[in-house]
Design a protein around this ligand. Structure first.
Ligand code: MAN
Length: 357
């Protein structure tokens, strides 16, 4: 038998969790139609707008489940279609709670869209029903849209999100100025790609993005950097973070929200998962002028799934963040805990940097 001992990291335990956690739960959000249930809330994008703090929440829904059956939703030509299979059917594989595999075709157990919630203090949030949120559009978003990063560049907000369909998992881009009218720019990275975070300022003449293509046969799930002159066409690729054998980020890594400019470099909070799908957060430090140069990277996570709401849920042992607020030295990250509820945690940027330098 081949037994591999994973290196035990020192837990820096830098996160100060909000006492109010979870700040949003599925029962706080209305389902989008009768007969549907909000199963989970996940991985919000975060931004400031009109003097408030906003979350662009991933709302994962499915039909109310009937005994002995599994049913899920797919968007077809703008309409919700319900698929239903008997749990007795030997062609059905439900071994990953996130997936429904049937007779060689993969579906998702839940269909995600994005909904807005706002807060005056960053702790107490409520759904904003006067803004309609975003749903999947077109054939490349028929299994939904997920995990949206929000970058503010000038007066515009750019939304990079995971666009899921039977064609695979890709990165979509939309932009807005007022959160009412949106421009859909289509896919900026084709499958398999996700976890795309735009830098919210140019470096020299170029825009930059972190993204996460997957190369299943050779290579892996690594963080890459790309540049662009118009945010639509991307090139100049370089790989900035690979997975590390035997460590907390041994199976996959992916960027969180937009990198934070510090005097030491661009600080990026990223997620790493091990072979057991345990998701933690760590930090990367990239050179200010040449962001393809990695100056430092966390040996141990800066945050691990240890609170009870991070250990059990729809998909346990997960802290996953793609949204944050920076206030001087204070970094507040908002994160999906166990793919079930939304929580917040505070960090000191200087303390994170101390673990890197
Ligand atoms: C993937 C994505 C995320 C999710 C994690 C943990 O990276 O589907 O949305 O939070 O897995 O399940």
């Amino acid at each position: 038998m081949n037994v591999r001992i994973e290196k035990q990291p020192v837990n820096y335990n830098l996160a100060e969790r909000l006492e109010a956690n979870p700040v949003l739960k599925p029962e706080d959000i209305h389902s989008s139609a009768a007969g549907l249930k909000v199963e989970c809330l996940l991985n919000p994008g975060v931004f400031r707008f009109q003097g408030k703090i906003w979350l662009l929440v991933r709302v994962a829904e499915r039909p109310e489940q009937k005994p002995g059956m599994t049913s899920f939703l797919v968007l077809e030509k703008g309409m919700l279609r319900v698929y239903e299979f008997s749990k007795q059917d030997h062609r059905l594989d439900l071994s990953d709670p996130r997936m429904v595999k049937f007779d060689g075709t993969d579906y998702l157990t839940t269909l995600s869209h994005l909904r807005l919630a706002s807060s005056d203090d960053g702790i107490h949030f409520q759904e904003e029903t006067s803004f309609k949120g975003l749903i999947g559009e077109g054939e490349y978003e028929s299994y939904g849209i997920e995990d949206c990063r929000v970058s503010q560049i000038g007066a515009d907000y750019y939304l990079t999100y995971t666009a899921v369909s039977r064609n695979g998992v890709a990165v979509g881009l939309r932009s807005t100025r007022d959160w009412r009218k949106f421009t859909h720019h289509g896919l900026i990275f084709p499958p398999h790609n996700k976890d795309c975070a735009l830098f919210d300022e140019r470096i020299g003449a170029s825009y930059f993005a972190l993204h996460r293509p997957s190369s299943p046969e050779l290579g892996g799930n690594y963080i890459w950097l790309a540049k662009s002159s118009d945010l639509l066409l991307w090139g100049g690729h370089s790989c900035v973070a690979r997975t590390r054998l035997g460590m907390w980020d041994s199976a996959r890594v992916g960027a969180g929200a937009a990198p934070i400019r510090t005097t030491a470099g661009w600080l990026e909070i990223y997620h790493g998962a091990d072979a057991h799908n345990r998701y933690c957060l760590g930090a990367l430090l990239l050179d200010l002028n040449e962001p393809w140069k990695v100056l430092a990277r966390s040996d141990a996570p800066i945050m691990e799934p240890v609170a009870h709401y991070e250990r059990t849920g729809f998909f346990g042992s997960v802290v996953f963040s793609n949204g944050q607020l920076v206030d001087g030295d204070q970094l507040t990250i908002y994160y999906g805990a166990s793919d079930s509820v939304i929580c917040g945690a505070r960090f000191s940027i200087a303390e994170i940097l101390k673990t890197l330098l």
